[in-house]
Design a protein around this ligand. Structure first.
Ligand SMILES: NC(=O)c1ccc[n+]([C@@H]2O[C@H](COP(=O)([O-])OP(=O)(O)OC[C@H]3O[C@@H](n4cnc5c(N)ncnc54)[C@H](OP(=O)(O)O)[C@@H]3O)[C@@H](O)[C@H]2O)c1
Length: 262
């Protein structure tokens, strides 16, 4: 009765940035819930591995090489998803990120790049996916945002501003697309992935971050995947335009490197 509503049998999901880290775990969660999954990213070996692991749950899965910064490749991944899997019901925009840099050291071109990578690419993919969702009758979009979209810290002006735009774009699109297509986001706290690992290898840094996190641990990709499964599935059918904070209870940045602006 209740658990059934987390199922995605017969549905098709597209996950950008699904080769490793958070995106890989999301693809696996959606596959375990019964969805067929299209996995996109630039590294063929990684998306092929994710797709193969998705297939182990018994459904279909395809790997499509895709750089989200190239609009033609966004066209291709949506086209291939519909052509090979038959429809499109769920889109998860995972690809994104930007390295911490102090404002006065941030090249304006890099600032704009952060918006292209985190916001415009998601907008383009939603625009391309929405007509197929309408054709299928309904749809659910989940955008992967960040705690830095609403918390402050030094060095995150490009990343945090871009993720804030992604979060508010989520609310605006949800309003416009209701009741046919739901649009939600997950604002992730620090999650232990390859993206964070170079920083975490610094002496004592991980322990300091854990101490600054109310739940006393960093997030796992699975923590995020479970929240995405809720937002992607009928379990959340009365939820749209919301930003779900999955962050170990953080109310202030737990980034322990305090960069000095001047
Ligand atoms: N980890 C955290 O602490 C954290 C916290 C808050 C929010 N987030 C957000 O969560 C998302 C995933 O982060 P993650 O930590 O899982 O990163 P990750 O481990 O580095 O994985 C990133 C994935 O995105 C793909 N990707 C990178 N550039 C791409 C491009 N131009 N086009 C298509 N795919 C691309 C990567 O594959 P290729 O390189 O092969 O393309 C990889 O599959 C990002 O949006 C990030 O901002 C992460």
């Amino acid at each position: 009765m209740f658990l059934e509503r987390f199922r995605l049998d017969g549905k098709v999901a597209l996950v950008s940035g699904g080769g490793r880290g958070i995106g890989r775990s999301i693809a696996l969660a959606l596959a375990e819930a019964g969805a067929s999954v299209a996995v996109g990213a630039r590294t063929a070996s990684e998306i092929e591995r994710t797709a193969a692991d998705c297939q182990a749950y018994g459904g279909k899965a395809i790997a499509v090489e895709c750089d989200v910064l190239d609009p033609a490749q966004l066209d291709r991944i949506v086209g291939e998803t519909v052509a090979r899997l038959g429809r499109l019901d769920v889109l998860v925009n995972v690809a994104g990120g930007a390295l911490p840099t102090l404002a006065l050291h941030t090249d304006p071109d890099d600032f704009e790049w952060a918006f292209r990578f985190n916001v415009s690419s998601a907008f383009r993919l939603i625009q391309k996916a929405a007509p197929h969702m309408l054709e299928a009758g309904a749809g659910s979009v989940v955008n992967i945002s960040s705690a830095l979209s609403h918390l402050v810290d030094s060095g995150f002006v490009a990343y945090g501003s871009a993720k804030a735009a992604l979060s508010h774009m989520t609310r605006l699109l949800a309003f416009e697309f209701a009741p046919r297509i739901r649009v939600n986001a997950v604002a992730c706290g620090a999650v232990e992935t390859e993206a964070l690992r170079p920083f975490l290898s610094q002496d004592g840094l991980k322990q300091r971050m854990e101490e600054l996190t109310p739940m006393r641990r960093l997030g796992t990709p699975e923590d995020i995947a479970l929240s995405v499964l809720y937002l992607a599935s009928p379990a959340s059918s009365w939820v749209t335009g919301k930003i779900l904070e999955v962050d170990g209870g953080t109310v202030a940045s737990n980034w322990p490197i305090r960069l000095q602006a001047f």
